[in-house]
Design a protein around this ligand. Structure first.
Ligand code: AMP
Length: 418
């Protein structure tokens, strides 16, 4: 028997309502902040990701689904959403539009990770990108948007962690300080961090291994090494967030797994962690990315949230989803002649926009009514010999069990009146 590939999940009908709920809330918040939807291909030229995410990162080193297509080109299944959007921004001349250009996406993301709770090899992200504005007020607006999105879902108990990782000019000196600090404690580092030390020093700060975690607590803090411009930017982001009444906490150990970030980085985390992989979302500035792809220097900022992890949180916090008011009707029959009338009637109801259930394969009326009960419908229409003979239909209230015969004409008239 085949099974879903390791690290992937089937989203069964019972789960779909959570996904639709999140998608609707995402579309609502995007409308409010004037973001427009964009969809890019599931795979891209591998170079796009290697160049932007960075060759020393975990994603590029070990997690990409890369393959050669039949024309000999190296392609990669999208391991993150930002680089493809920046590619599209340049390819379609969006720098000619009023800036910032605000875009959002809902997309599957592929990473060959070690599967565990909340960490899959294919997961879904909702993300936004605001391209073409470097002002700290935009950082605050994007963070506020992420915060409002989580609020609108009804989720409680999440916090925003905020940090600045500086820019091309001030980061090298900070990395030097970090390397000096860690090289004095190499023996306490986990094997992964030992090998990361030269290539991806920042990542040592967010390693979850107990001994690394302890070391990172007293590691040099990035905020103290920022150049005056980055420092001012960070101060302004914090000031605007306070003005907007968005709660956040500074976290000098917060870094991101991709090389392209500059200045502001942030993450949305549950207050109570449920494992090493607990972030619900994250983002930050990437002022050098568009230039890296051959465009003019163009500052930008965005965030992405993990839809599957939000589903887990909604369930854990027992959030009641606002349910569709449609409860549906059931059409049942007794006898072959009545069946044809029931089939025609069900089609007529659907043509009138009603949600209709039926179980025409079940012979007995009793079993059909049982099915209607299980589905939780409010009313059932029943056709039998009598009803056919006098052009009526029986209308049964499933809660009370009361039923009435009504003339078919009347039902159709009622439907026609809406
Ligand atoms: P990242 O770009 O890695 O920060 O991902 C953005 C968000 O997507 C994270 O905060 C998680 O909520 C979610 N996410 C990232 N990787 C995975 C994964 N392997 N499985 C499920 N969700 C993930």
């Amino acid at each position: 028997m085949y099974k879903a590939p390791r690290g992937t999940i089937d989203i069964l009908p019972a789960e779909q309502k959570y996904y639709r709920y999140i998608e609707e809330k995402a579309a609502d918040i995007c409308r409010l902040y004037s973001y427009e939807r964009i969809d890019t291909p599931v795979f891209e030229d591998s170079g796009l990701f290697v160049r932007t995410i960075g060759s020393g990162t975990d994603i590029v080193e070990k997690e990409m689904y890369t393959f050669e297509d039949r024309g000999g080109q190296s392609m990669t299944l999208r391991p993150e959403g930002t680089a493809p959007i920046c590619r599209a921004y340049l390819e379609h001349g969006m720098h000619n539009l009023p800036q910032p250009v605000r875009l959002y996406y809902l997309a599957s993301i592929f990473r060959y990770e070690r599967p565990q709770k909340g960490r899959y090899r294919q997961h879904q992200q909702f993300g936004v990108e605001a391209i073409g504005d470097g002002d700290a007020a935009l950082d605050a607006e994007v963070i506020e948007m992420a915060w409002r999105f989580f609020k609108s879902l009804g989720l409680r108990k999440f916090v925003i962690h905020l940090n600045s990782i500086g820019c091309r000019d001030c980061r090298p000196a900070y990395l030097e300080k970090l390397r000096d600090y860690y090289s004095e404690h190499v023996d306490k580092l986990c094997p992964d961090c030992k090998s990361r030390m030269k290539r991806n020093t920042l990542r040592l700060l967010d390693c979850k291994q107990p001994s690394c975690l302890e070391l990172s607590q007293s590691a040099p803090q990035g905020e103290r090494c920022l150049c005056p411009e980055c420092k001012q930017h960070f101060t302004n982001v914090a000031r605007y967030l306070r003005l907007m009444k968005v709660p956040f906490q500074k976290d000098h150990r917060l870094v991101r797994g991709l090389d392209y970030y500059t200045r502001t980085v942030f993450e949305v985390q549950p207050k109570v962690e449920w494992g090493a992989q607990s972030a619900l979302g994250g983002g930050g500035r990437y002022d050098g990315l568009i230039e890296e792809l051959g465009g003019k220097p163009t500052p930008a900022i965005g965030f992405a949230v993990g839809v599957d992890r939000i589903v887990m949180s909604l369930k854990e916090q027992r959030i009641r989803l606002s349910e569709s008011p449609l409860r549906g009707l059931f059409v049942a029959y007794a006898g072959d002649e009545a069946k044809a009338a029931a089939v025609r009637f069900a089609a007529e109801l659907r043509r009138n926009g009603l949600l209709v259930y039926s179980s025409f394969g079940r012979g007995s009326l009793k079993s059909q009514l049982r099915q209607a009960n299980t589905l939780g419908v409010e009313y059932t229409f029943i056709f039998g010999e009598d009803e056919i003979a006098n052009s009526t239909v029986t209308y049964r209230d499933m809660e009370t069990g009361e039923q009435w015969q009504v003339a078919l004409e009347e039902v159709f008239e009622l439907l026609a009146e809406g």
